[in-house]
Ligand binder design. Structure first.
Ligand code: SF4
Length: 196
């Protein structure tokens, strides 16, 4: 006898057309049967919709990130559900929580193990500025050891704020020229952190 199917059936029939969002087309020139654009735009489009975050969570902000990953906020909607716990596979370092000065070199080591292009997000007041811990032992912001692309305020930031910060990262990634990482300006930025 067949088992009655009760699960995974929604009473309202969903039309996939209403539930799938397509990535916006980059600027370009379209004609009948063809579309041209720049290589940077296409690479940026692919990169921004397939980020692999590397979570570096040390305290309470990490719990907010877990909520962001869960079904209600669903980080996977942004193409970033694949968290990599090996920095060598990731392109977005998300630092969430209080970073002690002793931990600073570890954050930098993780950053160095990531391949270019890589981006960094400081999630919450502690990672951005040391937060309420203006003490001898706490790093007053991870930008003292690695360059940061986006800062997310809050103690802790709500999941909506983390998602907003991630979308700002997507804006940067989508607009970045593929030549930027070879520019003198970028090399100078890394050198100011003692990174070759
Ligand atoms: S910013 Fe606030 S919530 Fe986040 S790690 Fe620091 S103390 Fe915890």
């Amino acid at each position: 006898m067949a088992r009655p199917v009760r699960f995974n059936v929604h009473p309202i029939k969903a039309d996939p057309k209403d539930n799938i969002t397509y990535a916006n087309m980059p600027d370009g020139f379209a004609g009948e049967g063809f579309f041209t654009t720049t290589l940077s735009s296409v690479v940026g489009l692919a990169r921004k919709n397939s980020m692999w975050p590397m979570p570096f969570a040390t305290s309470c902000c990490g719990i907010e990130f877990m909520a962001t990953m869960a079904s209600h906020y669903d980080f996977a909607r942004f193409g970033a559900e694949r968290l990599g716990f090996s920095p060598r596979q990731c392109d977005l370092l998300m630092v969430m929580g209080t970073i002690a000065k002793k931990m600073g070199p570890i954050v930098k080591q993780v950053y160095l193990q990531m391949a270019e292009p890589r981006w960094v997000m400081a999630v919450g007041a502690c990672a951005s500025s040391g937060g309420i811990f203006d003490t001898y032992s706490v790093l007053q912001g991870i930008d003292q050891v690695v360059p940061v692309d986006v800062y997310v305020p809050g103690c802790p930031p709500r999941p909506e704020a983390i998602l907003d910060g991630f979308m700002r990262i997507q804006d940067l990634v989508g607009q970045e020229s593929i030549r930027r990482r070879n520019s003198d300006q970028y090399k100078g930025l890394l050198q100011s952190y003692g990174i070759q």
